[in-house]
Design a protein around this ligand. Structure first.
Ligand code: SAM
Length: 182
């Protein structure tokens, strides 16, 4: 089972037909396409700072009022999303077959995560994949884990998926659920 299988399994378990979702990092748009097919009557927002990522995502979808692609940093989420959300996903790192110098960063990831947690509906979920194999990814993973450990257990469930027997810094997955009635 790879990281993508775990993330997609969580998506299938948690995203409902009418869910309001956000892909915090579009990249090639694969997560957004997967989400869109689950939230068939919901709404999907997607962020990326690179125009090439927005373009690659557009090529995979049909234009729809249910999808809003935003060419800006996810730190500015409050400027664009004025409703609570049911599901959010981060696939951190750099764009596959893109510029490897443009990667997500600890500051913007942590800032946006705190805003996103405040926007999460009861019963809502956030899934984060980290890639500790490169320097920024290693720092992101440490900060995310440290922060998630501090969340109040009466408000959030936090699960952590780790490959204990894989070499070369494999990806990790964090699954956060806001406890309470849906
Ligand atoms: C690993 S890719 C995302 C993979 C994607 N989820 C997929 O399914 O293909 C990383 C992306 O993060 C984007 N990125 C970096 N910093 C960002 C930020 N502050 N806000 C939004 N996107 C950012 C980069 O432009 C790059 O496209």
């Amino acid at each position: 089972m790879n990281q993508r299988d775990i993330v997609q399994w969580i998506m299938r378990k948690t995203i409902k037909e009418n869910s309001i979702c956000v892909d915090m990092i579009l990249g090639n748009g694969n997560d957004l396409v997967y989400i869109m097919n689950l939230a068939m009557n919901g709404k999907v927002y997607g962020f990326d700072i690179q125009r090439v990522a927005i373009q690659r995502t557009k090529e995979k979808i049909k234009p729809s009022h249910r999808i809003q692609l935003i060419n800006d940093s996810h730190e500015n989420i409050d400027l664009y999303i004025h409703e609570n959300i049911d599901f959010g996903v981060y696939n951190l790192g750099y764009l596959p077959s893109g510029n490897r110098n443009i990667t997500t960063s600890v500051h913007s990831t942590m800032f946006s995560l705190k805003v996103l947690l405040n926007k999460l509906n009861h019963g809502g979920n956030i899934v984060i994949s980290t890639y500790p194999g490169h320097r920024e990814g290693y720092c992101e993973d440490i900060e995310i884990k440290k922060y998630l450990t501090t969340l109040n257990q009466h408000e959030f469930d936090v699960l952590h998926f780790d490959y204990l027997n894989r070499r070369n810094s494999p990806p990790k997955v964090y699954w956060i659920t806001k406890v309470g009635k849906v």
